[in-house]
Design a binder for this molecule. Structure first.
Ligand code: SIN
Length: 310
């Protein structure tokens, strides 16, 4: 049977399958749907310093090939996460990644410092890329200096492994990836949602109260795959692929181009138990292809343009 464990910066994951932030609660509550040991890591919903009510309803809308959301980082804030959520995560048989979000550099630093001493937290994922706050301006993921400032502040505040979650809503993701690598990130999650919108022409109303939101799911996979590949080529730190991944084939497409792990997000809303079977499906697919060790095979993408020196 194929070996599935992967090195992700300072972490070793038993398999490359992670949940995508915001699609699997904080983790513990999903244990009945998916035994934690079936995942490489569980990623929390974004935690902010203060509680946030989120954006006005409606804030989710289905599309032909995915989902629009404008949740607006609704969560109960750091104190609640520390006292009510983390204690129940200590004995989880998987790695716990806490996703943090903020609207200023200082708050990123404060969050990281407060989480640094928490044994239940194995790593931080820094959400630089939520499109649903600040009117979709994405200040931390469209400007390399701002991205580096946020990651630098988190790096200074914690020794925990830290991953920077980037936005696809940029023309040159490689420059942002290089900036967060230089600022001390141990890895990159590529990518968050694409800006999108939906309207009802009869009522002449938008589907989301905020009009625009983040688009995710099957429809974004080709865009996400390209952006993840661009990151893989640009940096030495590991890249976690994210965007429209639901099946073993999807996961292996991201891994052959260089991603060392994958996150499953939107498909959790249609079948929250499916993520628990994904590692086994990947193992089966590798066995069928006579690939014994996933780690050795990652990034073995045959790129004819590169071979031709183009
Ligand atoms: C949200 O809470 O608005 C979604 C989170 C994200 O896209 O980062």
């Amino acid at each position: 049977m194929a070996r599935l464990s992967v090195q992700l910066g300072p972490l070793v994951l038993r398999n490359p399958v992670m949940s995508g932030s915001g699609t699997y609660g904080h983790g513990r509550e999903m244990a009945l749907m998916c035994p934690p040991r079936h995942l490489g890591a569980w990623v929390s919903k974004t935690v902010t310093l203060e509680p946030r009510p989120g954006n006005p309803m409606p804030r989710m809308a289905e599309t032909e090939a995915g989902l629009l959301n404008s949740i607006g980082l609704e969560n109960r804030g750091l104190e609640y996460y520390l006292s009510e959520i983390l204690p129940s995560m200590r004995d989880l048989d998987t790695l716990v990644v806490t996703n943090i979000g903020a609207e200023c550099v200082e708050d990123f630093g404060t969050l990281a410092a407060r989480l640094d001493g928490e044994a239940a937290v194995d790593a931080l994922e820094v959400n630089l890329s939520c499109p649903n706050v600040g009117g979709g301006r994405l200040p931390f993921s469209t400007d390399a200096r701002m991205a580096a400032a946020a990651i630098g502040r988190v790096r200074a505040a914690t020794k925990k492994p830290l991953f920077a979650k980037l936005s696809p809503n940029v023309s040159d993701i490689a420059s942002i990836a290089c900036a967060v690598e230089a600022a001390g990130a141990d890895g990159i999650t590529a990518v968050n949602t694409l800006l999108g919108m939906k309207v009802d022409w009869r009522s002449r109303r938008p589907a989301l109260a905020t009009v625009q939101g983040g688009y995710s799911g099957t429809g974004i996979k080709p865009v996400a795959l390209r952006q993840a590949w661009m990151c893989c080529k640009a940096v030495k730190i590991p890249v976690i692929g994210c965007g429209g991944i639901a099946s073993a084939d999807d996961a292996l497409e991201f891994m052959v181009v260089g991603c060392r792990a994958v996150q499953v997000g939107t498909s959790n809303f249609s079948d929250p138990s499916a993520i628990g079977n994904l590692a086994q499906a990947i193992e089966h697919a590798l066995d069928q292809a006579c690939i014994a060790d996933l780690e050795q095979w990652i990034g073995s993408f045959d790129n004819p343009r590169a071979l031709a020196g183009a």
